[in-house]
Design a protein around this ligand. Structure first.
Ligand code: BDR
Ligand code: CA
Length: 303
C-alpha cells in the first residue's frame, strides 16, 4: 500500500476524498492535516475528526495554518455550509488533534519515512508551503505532491482562479517553484468529475457511508443534486490509484500573485511558449465513466 499524508479542508468533497483515501486498498493514510480554506481551521479540524470518528479510523490528525501566508482567509461557506460540512448530525466524541502543528507533523512523517513519501493536498497550499520554507531538507524525501487545485482554463472563485490557489496564491507559487514532483488535478478534470443525479440517488443504498455522504451532498453547492455534483477533491485520490483514467501533460505552471484581477490564476504553459522547464504534470483529460465506476467500487468498501 502506498503511504500518503493527506492535507485537507473538509469541506464536503473533501469528505468524499477522505473516505476514498481511507478505504482504497491501495493506500495507507499515515497522517491527516487540516488547513483553513472552505471554512476556518477550527471547523475543518472539527469536521475531519468527526469523519475519523464516524469511520473509527485510527489515523493521527494535526491542525494546520489558520490563515493564508499573506492574506486574510476568504472561505467557501456558500458552497459547503457554515460548518463546512453541513447536512449530517455526527455523534459527539473526544478525539483531539496532535499537540504539534501540521507542517511539523508532516516534517516528522516525511523525515521518518523509510521511502520518499507521497503528499496529497486538497485545500489551499499553506501547510505545504510552510513545510518547504522551514524544512527544505524534506524535499529530498517527498516522492511527489498530488494537488487538487488550479486550472489551465477558467477559474471557479474568480474568473481566472480556482479556489484552493486563489485563497493562498503566495503559498501555491512557493510550492510550484520548489522543484518537487507535482501532479496537478485542476478544474480541467475536476469539473468533469460529476456524479449524476441517478448516481447520487443510489448512494444511500450502498452503506452508512453512502447515507452520510448523500446527506452532505444534498447541502453541497458545487453543482446541484438535480444536475450533478463536482467531486473536485476525489480526483486527486483517483489519480493515485487509477492514474490510467487521466491524461497528463508535463507543463510549466506559474501562479499569478500580483495581478489586480488575476491573483491566484495558474498560468499553465501547455504549448511551451514561455520557454521554461516543466514543473508539473497537469491532468487535462479524464475518463469520466471510469472515474464513476471507481468511486462506486471504493465507497462500497466503506462501512
Ligand atoms: C476546491 O475548492 C474547495 O471548495 C473544494 O473542497 C475543492 O478543494 C475546488 O475548487
Ligand atoms: Ca478541499
Amino acid at each position: 500500500r502506498l503511504p500518503i499524508v493527506l492535507d485537507t479542508d473538509p469541506g464536503i468533497d473533501d469528505a468524499a476524498a477522505i473516505a476514498a483515501a481511507l478505504f482504497a486498498p491501495e493506500l495507507d493514510v499515515q497522517l491527516i492535516t487540516t488547513v483553513a480554506g472552505n471554512v476556518s481551521v477550527e471547523k475543518t479540524t472539527r469536521n475531519a475528526l468527526q469523519l475519523l470518528h464516524f469511520w473509527q479510523a485510527d489515523v493521527p490528525l494535526a491542525q494546520g495554518a489558520a490563515a493564508p501566508m499573506l492574506r486574510p482567509l476568504r472561505d467557501a461557506a456558500n458552497v459547503h455550509g457554515e460548518s463546512g460540512m453541513e447536512g449530517y448530525d455526527f455523534v459527539e466524541h473526544n478525539r483531539q488533534p496532535l499537540a504539534k502543528p501540521a507542517f511539523i507533523a508532516i516534517r516528522d512523517a516525511v523525515m521518518s519515512a523509510p521511502e520518499p513519501l507521497t503528499l496529497v493536498a486538497i485545500g489551499p497550499l499553506t501547510n505545504i508551503a510552510l513545510l518547504l520554507t522551514h524544512y527544505p531538507e524534506c524535499i529530498f524525501n517527498i516522492r511527489r505532491l498530488v494537488i487538487m487545485g488550479g486550472s489551465a482554463g477558467r477559474g471557479n472563485f474568480t474568473p481566472n482562479a480556482e479556489f484552493n490557489i486563489a485563497i493562498d496564491p503566495e503559498a501555491a507559487a512557493r510550492v510550484f517553484q520548489s522543484g518537487i514532483d507535482i501532479v496537478m488535478c485542476g478544474l480541467d478534470v475536476t469539473n468533469q468529475a460529476v456524479l449524476t443525479p441517478d448516481y447520487l440517488e443510489q448512494l444511500p443504498q450502498l452503506n452508512e457511508t453512502g447515507k452520510m455522504l448523500h446527506s452532505l451532498f444534498s447541502h453541497y453547492r458545487s453543482g446541484s443534486m438535480s444536475s450533478g455534483l463536482r467531486m473536485h477533491d476525489l480526483c486527486a485520490i483517483a489519480w493515485l490509484v487509477r492514474p490510467e483514467l487521466f491524461a497528463l501533460s508535463p507543463c510549466f505552471v506559474a501562479v499569478e500573485t500580483q495581478g489586480t484581477w488575476t491573483a491566484g490564476a495558474t498560468v499553465v504553459d501547455i504549448e511551451g511558449r514561455l520557454g521554461q522547464h516543466a514543473n508539473a504534470q497537469v491532468a487535462l483529460g479524464l475518463d469520466v465513466d471510469g472515474f464513476r465506476r471507481w468511486v462506486s467500487e471504493v465507497l462500497a468498501l466503506a462501512p
